[in-house]
Each structure stands twice: as C-alpha cells, then as structure tokens.
Unconditional design. Structure first.
Length: 117
C-alpha cells in the first residue's frame, strides 16, 4: 500500500501510468494531466508516516508531501482503496481531488470534470 502512494506522488512518473494507481482512473485522467503540468518541473514525492486499515478494502494514510526533497506539508491525510479487479491498493479519488484543490496552477475546470467538489 505504501508503495502505491509513493509511486503515485512521484511526478517523474507519467500521468498515464498514474492512472492505474488511482480510483476511478478514467474519470480523473485529465486531472492527473493538469497536476503534472502544474508541477512545472518541481520534484514532488511523499513519505508515508502511518497507515490505519479501517477494513480489508479501505485505509487512512498520513503522509508528508515533499517538494524537491523538502517537507512542504508534514501531515497530509488521505484514503487508499483496495481494487479487487487489479489486486492493488489505489489512491482514493477523493484524496486526489483534495490535493489538486490546494495545488497552485490546477485549472478549476479540470477539478470539476473529475467530479471534485
């Protein structure tokens, strides 16, 4: 599960590959592309602090967001969903929406198209 989060937030991985790591990929693919463009060359990554499993298919994740290796947000929280079809944990689309909403340069149209409120 930690590996899924780490890979998803590594902006050296292309948006198409990230699609397999997020819930409702088809719905949020344009948002993934918008996030990649908003990163404007900054190297982002995360460090998972803790994972708390609520059930066999849902977990709460506490993580630090790093920009160019430096903590930008030491305690962000999100959700992970187990996708039984692929057999992998995915970043919840609600977590993607939450983070995209606070990312400078992300077009509000991309947020709305992805179903973010």
């Amino acid at each position: 599960m930690k590996d899924s989060y780490n890979k998803f937030f590594d902006n050296s991985i292309d948006a198409a590959t990230k699609g397999s790591m997020v819930q409702n990929a088809a719905k949020v693919q344009a948002l993934l592309t918008a996030l990649a463009a908003a990163a404007s060359g900054e190297k982002s990554s995360i460090q998972v602090n803790t994972v708390t499993f609520d059930s066999a298919t849902h977990a709460k994740v506490d993580f630090a967001i790093l920009l160019n290796g430096q903590p930008a947000l030491p305690h962000a929280t999100g959700d992970a969903i187990y996708d039984s079809a692929s057999g992998h944990w995915q970043v919840a689309d609600s977590t993607l929406c939450q983070l995209a909403g606070i990312t400078p340069g992300v077009n509000p149209t991309a947020l709305k198209a992805a179903g973010c409120s």
